[in-house]
Write a protein that binds this ligand. Structure first.
Ligand code: GLN
Length: 256
C-alpha cells in the first residue's frame, strides 16, 4: 500500500493523495513543510520529463517519512548552493538533495542519520584515453557543481597543483553536456549520479580512476529545530522497519 501511494505521490507539490495523508496528519494539519532540493541529481531528484514534476529516491523517501511523521510536505526546487542558506533564513524547512554530511555543513544545520553511502569519482568521455587516474588531471579542466563536495575536492586538487582549472556549474545536467561537447576534460561528481547520466547518454561517458573516500547523505533541518528533526527521524525508522526503504532502493537502483 505505502509504496504505491508514495510512488505516485505527485512530485512537485504536497497535494494530499487520498487516505494516508489525511489520517496521518491531524496533529499538524495546516502547516506545510517546504522541502528544498536541486533536481538535476538523478536518481535522487530529477524532473520527470513527462509530467514536469520533481521525482526520485529522495523525494519518495521524504514523502514516506512525512507521511509516517504526520506532516505535510511540498517540494521546492532551488540551486544547490542556496539550500543551506534557505534553511538558515527559514525559507525552507527541510533539505533533501543527496547532500553529504560534513563538518562545515553540520556546524550550521542539523542532519538526520545517514541514509545513503556514496563516493565521488572522476568521469570522462567514453573515448578518452589520457585520463586514467587523478594524477592525469594536472593539465586538465574539471567541471563541478557549485557548493558540492565534488567542487571542494576539485578546488583542493587545484590548490595542490593537481588540476589546472575548475569550472563551476549550477546544475549537473549542464556539466555532462559540457563534457560530451568537449568543453571540459573531466567531471568530479557523486558516483551513483554519474551512473545515471551514463545511462541517459549511452556510450558517451565513462568512469575512470578510483572512487574517492566515502560520503554519507543525510536530510537536514535548521540548526536547533529538534522538534522537526525528531519527527523525521522517527519517520525514517518506520520507513526502514516496514520495508518501504528497501522498496525505494529497488525502484530507483534496481535492488543495489
Ligand atoms: N553529495 C554532494 C554534496 O553534498 C553533491 C550533492 C548534489 O549535487 N546534489 O555536495
Amino acid at each position: 500500500l505505502t509504496v504505491a501511494l508514495v510512488g505516485c505521490g505527485g512530485g512537485g507539490t504536497a497535494t494530499p493523495q487520498g487516505s494516508g495523508d489525511e489520517e496521518a496528519a491531524p496533529a499538524d494539519s495546516g502547516k506545510v513543510y517546504i522541502v528544498g532540493t536541486e533536481p538535476t541529481f538523478p536518481p535522487f531528484e530529477y524532473v520527470d520529463e513527462n509530467t514536469g514534476e520533481i521525482v526520485g529516491f529522495d523525494i519518495d523517501l521524504i514523502k514516506a517519512i512525512a507521511e509516517r511523521a504526520g506532516i505535510q510536505v511540498e517540494i521546492k526546487s532551488m540551486g544547490f548552493d542556496g539550500l543551506i542558506p534557505a534553511l538558515q533564513s527559514g525559507n525552507i524547512d527541510i533539505v533533501i538533495a543527496g547532500m553529504t554530511v560534513n563538518e562545515e555543513r553540520a556546524a550550521v544545520v542539523d542532519f538526520g542519520p545517514s541514509y545513503w553511502e556514496a563516493y565521488l569519482q572522476i568521469a570522462v568521455t567514453a573515448d578518452n584515453e589520457d585520463i586514467k587516474s587523478v594524477e592525469d588531471l594536472k593539465d586538465k579542466t574539471v567541471g563541478v557543481q557549485i557548493g558540492t563536495t565534488g567542487a571542494f575536492k576539485a578546488e583542493e586538487l587545484k590548490a595542490q597543483g593537481l588540476v589546472k582549472e575548475v569550472k563551476t556549474y549550477n546544475t549537473v545536467d549542464v556539466i555532462f553536456m559540457e563534457l560530451i561537447q568537449g568543453n571540459i576534460d573531466a567531471v568530479i561528481n557523486d558516483l551513483p549520479v554519474t551512473e545515471a547520466y551514463m545511462a541517459r547518454n549511452p556510450g558517451k561517458i565513462k568512469l575512470t580512476g578510483e572512487p574517492f573516500e566515502g560520503e554519507e547523505y543525510g536530510y537536514a533541518v535548521a540548526k536547533g529545530n529538534k522538534e522537526l528533526l525528531e519527527k523525521l527521524n522517527a519517520g525514517l525508522e518506520q520507513v526502514r522497519a516496514d520495508g518501504t526503504f528497501d522498496e525505494l532502493v529497488l525502484k530507483y537502483f534496481g535492488g543495489e
